[in-house]
Design a protein. Structure first.
Lengths: 184, 323
């Protein structure tokens, strides 16, 4: 999952064959990460792939203008993001999905592309930060968020007070949320 | 305070796992919307928990990439048949609207089934469980069993498709020279023989519309509509805001603060009778409702209760008047 340092340079002087081959490379390189990004908000494999395929098909339609896009990666993620948003907004008019609350929560999460994209980009770094926590804090953190244990259960299992559990968690989360805020 | 955050974290985790109940979801939303701090906490906590709970799923772009570039041998066959034929002969094919091409395309001499809808709408399930609703004065041809590599049907007129998902076998609808290939799920094709125009409307998913004559193609996604000629010239390409366009096949109409004159227009299409207003002012009354395959008398009840307006079926037309 390392960031690709490759540059996809589309030139309006290239032949159709060159453009096509470069596009194919772009497609294969980004298909999986884009699907994973869409999957985060839809939890439906088919839906995620549908969205990415549509975005890429439309991008290919713009093949004559690809050289004008300054940051292709950002462009693609943004397109996927917006398509997810549109789908959520469209859910209102369907028969079988009229849950206002669910829709609102999803819209709140997705309202800021820059923010969600950044949080997505640094997900590997978050793992690194978690590793840096003290062993005890890491353990408490894992129990709370991975195993979904309540404070009481954690304190009983580790034989520490609930206060201590709380304090470990607050510190850990403080560190991670600070990491999540973008540095200018 | 501690218990509150613990509780909220629980709700957020359930939200991500999709095990959250309706009431809990309402509670979470109220908490999140309460102030900016809560909103921020929600978003940041979501990000942390999502990162932790990320499930590893495999996504492979190979199949969809080759579909995008039509890189399967059977697709190439369609193009080459048209390239071989001289210009004069292609006009005959256009007029026959698919019938001639259809004969050539028969592979494995698979028996073909033809569905002809005259005065009624016909709903049919294809061998792959795709649901097709064939409109009046239209016909659809499809094989008894689909080809190994692809699913191809030929349409004359108008139909609505709910395509069964099968990423191994692309689904295509041939309407004259225009091939509509499905990338997603639900769309409508309407060929107006008089004007020689084809209208493709997508309600869900996406389709690509290509022109066999020059290989050009366009992708349509949900709520988009394309109107093109058999020569592939795009006449209209637009976004639809009104879902009522596809009501003809489902009998479902949805209105939000819509004035009665608009509602009447849609009801006229549904009941196939003109609707007249006894009092002019009724035209401006607004209504928010959903009509789902209901009879005239059921709809009448809705109007009576909400607007104090009654609908009377006079046989050759329907009259709207105050009660």
């Amino acid at each position: 999952m390392t960031r690709r340092l490759k540059a996809y340079i589309f030139s309006n002087k290239s032949s159709q064959a060159t453009i096509k081959n470069l596009f194919k490379e772009l497609y294969m390189d980004f298909y999986e990460p884009l699907c994973k990004y869409a999957f985060r908000y839809f939890s439906d494999k088919d839906e995620a792939e549908d969205i990415v395929q549509t975005v890429m098909a439309k991008l290919w339609e713009q093949k004559d203008k690809l050289h004008e896009i300054k940051n292709l990666e950002n462009y693609m993620y943004r397109a996927v993001h917006n398509t997810c948003l549109n789908k959520i907004q469209q859910l209102k008019v369907k028969d079988n999905y009229s849950d206002y609350n669910q829709r609102q929560l999803a819209l709140i999460e997705l309202e800021d592309f820059e923010q969600t994209f950044y949080q997505w980009e640094i997900r590997e770094k978050l793992d690194v930060e978690i590793e840096k926590l003290t062993p005890k804090a890491k353990e408490v953190f894992g129990m709370r968020f991975l195993e979904n244990m309540r404070y009481k259960e954690i304190s009983e299992k580790l034989n520490i007070s609930e206060r201590t559990v709380e304090s470990h968690l607050q510190n850990a989360v403080k560190v991670l949320r600070a990491r999540l805020k973008k540095y200018i | 305070m501690d218990n509150l955050y613990e509780h909220i974290d629980q709700l957020i985790t359930k939200y991500i796992d999709r095990t959250i109940s309706d009431n809990e979801q309402k509670e979470l939303l109220l908490w999140v919307e309460h102030n900016a701090d809560h909103r921020l906490y929600f978003k940041e906590q979501l990000a942390i928990i999502r990162n932790l709970k990320e499930q590893t799923h495999e996504f492979n772009g190979e199949k969809s990439l080759s579909k995008l570039f039509n890189e399967s041998t059977s697709e190439r066959k369609i193009f080459s048949i048209f390239k071989i034929l001289p210009f004069a002969a292609s006009i005959i094919i256009l007029l026959a609207v698919g019938a001639y091409f259809y004969q050539n395309h028969k592979t494995n001499h698979m028996p073909m089934i033809e569905v002809v809808a005259e005065n009624n709408i016909i709903t049919r399930f294809l061998p792959d469980h795709t649901e097709v609703i064939v409109a009046q004065n239209s016909s659809l041809n499809y094989p008894q069993k689909f080809d190994v590599k692809e699913r191809v049907v030929v349409l004359k007129g108008k139909a609505y498709f709910k395509v069964a998902k099968n990423t191994e076998k692309p689904f295509s609808v041939i309407n004259g020279n225009i091939v509509i290939k499905v990338l997603g799920t639900r769309f409508e094709v309407d060929e107006n023989s008089i004007a020689n125009l084809i209208t493709v409307t997508v309600s869900e998913g996406s389709v690509s519309v290509s022109n066999l004559l020059n290989g050009e193609s366009k992708v349509l996604t949900a709520n988009q509509q394309l109107v093109c000629s058999q020569q592939g010239e795009i006449v209209i390409f637009k976004e639809l805001n009104n879902e009522n366009h596809l009501a003809w096949n489902s009998g479902i109409l949805e209105f939000e603060n819509a004035p009665m004159f608009e509602v009447a227009k849609e009801l006229e299409k549904l009941f196939k009778k003109p609707i007249l207003f006894k009092q002019e002012e009724i035209k401006q009354l607004q209504i928010t409702t959903k009509i789902n395959n209901q009879t005239i008398s059921e709809i009448n009840t809705i109007l009576e209760i909400t607007l104090n307006v009654t609908m009377i079926d006079k046989g050759e037309n329907i009259i709207l008047r105050y009660q």
